[in-house]
Design a protein around this ligand. Structure first.
Ligand SMILES: Nc1ncnc2c1ncn2[C@@H]1O[C@H](COP(=O)(O)OP(=O)(O)OP(=O)(O)O)[C@@H](O)[C@H]1O
Ligand SMILES: [Mg+2]
Length: 316
């Protein structure tokens, strides 16, 4: 079996991997190969949309002393992360913000077990990151939409549901609901290359949310969206996460977005990425008034101040 077929985790895991389900449905750009192999898990079909998920003890994510070095010992060695300690509680919404190249995507990939840590430990829901990936314990929407070009919009959203062994009818119903949510119901039968970049990103978000994962890992998912769509999806995301008790790790370059969405904003320094400050946000329930509130602006100022001195030009 090849590395790709086994879903083995290496630094060369292709970018198109956007969801644990896609470890087995991958566009391997390096090899120029395309695999669309959906293998439903055996056993009882997973339930989707179940309210009141039993709360398991322990944090959703726990990183202890995590270091990530790419290409160790080679001339192109890069220390992407050093000494990262971070705990994300169950149901908590945590954003990562920091200069380009500071290791935000790498941190998400470590949690998702798409790259291995060089040092330290990564635990997800009291399991190893590897075990959590095997159990499809999270949904991912990454910087690139990572859609499968040969599947329609509906069938892209259905992919993780197929892996969980849901019936065709249940998959269709759930996919329609999710496409409604992201405003793409009219494009259900289109192919990804018939959509704009922002629309493709919304399909990826619909796919990540379709399985109601206990943990959501999102890497600048709203970066390509217009401001109004972005604000609407922020509110929808918060509503979904609060309703289902979802824990979320969310990467963004937008300070207002980080503050609006989060319980805590993790501010990272330029490479090698370290956590320089964790800003608590206490805005209470988000309403129409939140974006104009003094507390919101105060949160923005605090994150901006924490980010100061983290630019790549600043001394390490
Ligand atoms: N597969 C890889 N092989 C080698 N180096 C890598 C790999 N992935 C990331 N890096 C390096 O690790 C560092 C952190 O990259 P990462 O993509 O995590 O940054 P980021 O904070 O997400 O940046 P951005 O905000 O631009 O998305 C960068 O220097 C990058 O070049
Ligand atoms: Mg990134």
């Amino acid at each position: 079996m090849t590395e790709m077929e086994t879903g083995a985790v290496t630094d060369r895991t292709p970018d198109a991997v956007t969801d644990p389900v896609q470890v087995e449905a991958v566009v391997d750009r390096a090899a120029g190969a395309v695999v669309d192999r959906v293998t439903p898990r055996r056993g009882r079909p997973a339930q989707v949309g179940r309210p009141g998920r039993p709360v398991e003890p322990g944090p959703a994510v726990e990183l202890t002393g995590v270091t990530k070095v790419f290409n160790p010992g080679r001339p192109d060695e890069v220390t992407a992360l050093r000494g990262v300690d971070l705990t994300v509680g169950r149901g908590e919404f945590v954003s990562l913000i920091g200069p380009s190249g500071c290791g935000k995507s790498t941190l998400l990939r470590l949690v998702a077990d798409l790259v291995p840590a060089t040092g330290g430990t990564v635990r997800v829901a009291d399991r190893s990151a590897r075990q959590a990936r095997r159990e499809l314990a999270y949904g991912i929407a990454f910087q690139q939409a990572g859609l499968l070009d040969w599947r329609t919009v509906t069938r892209n959203v259905e992919l993780p549901l197929e892996l969980r062994g849901l019936s065709r009818r249940d998959r269709r119903t759930k996919a329609r609901e999710m496409l409604d949510l992201v405003g793409l119901a009219d494009f259900a039968g289109h192919y990804p290359d018939q959509l704009s970049g922002g629309m493709q990103q919304r399909v990826a978000i619909a796919r990540a949310l379709a399985v109601d994962p206990p943990l959501l890992l999102m890497d600048e998912p709203f970066g390509a969206l217009d401001e109004m769509t972005r604000e609407r999806l922020q509110d929808e995301l918060l509503r979904i996460c609060a309703g289902k008790g979802t824990s979320t790790v969310f990467v963004t370059h937008s300070i207002p977005e980080a503050v609006y969405l989060s319980d805590r904003v993790v501010v990272m320094s330029a490479r090698p990425g370290r956590i320089v400050e964790i800003v608590d946000v206490a805005l209470g329930e988000r309403t129409e008034a939140t974006r104009q509130s003094n507390a919101f602006f105060a949160g923005i100022t605090r994150v901006r101040q924490a980010l100061r001195g983290t630019s790549p030009e600043a001394p390490a």
